[in-house]
Write a protein that binds this ligand. Sequence first.
Ligand SMILES: Nc1nc2c(c(=O)[nH]1)N[C@H]1C(S)=C(S)[C@@H](COP(=O)(O)O)O[C@H]1N2
Ligand SMILES: [Mo]
Length: 167
Amino acid sequence: MIDRRQMLIGLGVSAMAGALSSRPVLADETILTLRGRFPKAGPDGSVSSSLSDLDALGRTSFSTATPWHDGVNEFSGVSVKNYLGAFGAAPKTIRLVALNDYSVETDVAELIEADALLATRRNGQAMPISDKGPVFLLFPFDDRQELKHQSYYSRAVWQLTEIDIVA
Ligand SMILES: Nc1nc2c(c(=O)[nH]1)N[C@H]1C(S)=C(S)[C@@H](COP(=O)(O)O)O[C@H]1N2
Ligand SMILES: [Mo]
């Protein structure tokens, strides 16, 4: 199992080495780690997923404009609901942690209610770190007016690397 430090060496160092890395996401590198107490956690209390692991959890997509992209784009990936469910995790509160050390704590029911997506592809292409990937938590902003609000923008975490179960 690859831990967060190894992952940061893999992903973060390339991000820090000058420009954000635009190299393609490898199918088998860890891009997202779930940490905390949940039924399918490994011995170190976490589970790490690659792009192909996430793909295997089911695909969801929507098209929307966002504050960070030009025009309308199609985003696809696994929903937060299916991701947590796949590991038997039913947390009340999680912390979303990004590669740039931005983090935000959020109620899980609110994310699921808002159809939060762990987007891994934009218009069918895996997103490198330089395109705010490999994982960008996004909401279908164009579907519902209430999502176009600071409380959702602040939870739209790009370069999402870890989800910590808080409660
Ligand atoms: N990775 C990452 N995601 C992030 C942030 C960040 O600093 N890093 N800021 C969040 C906050 S608080 C908001 S309001 C929006 C801000 O996006 P903007 O800086 O492009 O306006 O992105 C959210 N997602
Ligand atoms: Mo914000």
